[in-house]
Design a binder for this molecule. Structure first.
Ligand SMILES: [Zn+2]
Ligand SMILES: [Zn+2]
Length: 114
């Protein structure tokens, strides 16, 4: 039997529009372009959790993997996405819910596990 992961649409943007999330956010550039799927909380095991919960965005190669501004090379831009996504998630869930999935909070002074 094949293991199937239930996919959830991105909670941050309509990914059928090929716009780069960071181009829109940081440069006001809403044009469609070549984009790649980015899992906001990447690395094991969070990549799959990002997939299940819709913690994903489209990024152009420049904002994804190439160069200094790319989230995989730039801790600041990486954290911007991680915070924004958590904020969005917390509109409909609690911080405890978020921490239960991802293991930590990116907003505020951290969250103590009971
Ligand atoms: Zn971009
Ligand atoms: Zn990525």
């Amino acid at each position: 039997m094949k293991k199937r992961v239930k996919k959830q649409k991105s909670i941050l943007q309509d990914q059928s529009c090929k716009q780069c999330y960071l181009c829109m956010l940081m440069e006001g550039d809403y044009r469609e372009k070549l984009v790649e799927d980015h899992h906001i909380y990447f690395g094991k095991p969070n990549r799959q959790k990002s997939e299940i919960n819709g913690f994903k965005v489209n990024l152009c190669p420049r904002h994804h993997r190439d160069g200094k501004e790319a989230v995989h090379n730039n801790r600041e831009n990486d954290l911007i996405l991680k915070k924004l996504c958590q904020q969005e998630y917390e509109k409909t869930h609690t911080r405890e819910d978020f921490v239960r999935i991802i293991g930590k909070s990116y907003i505020g002074g951290g969250f103590k596990k009971p």
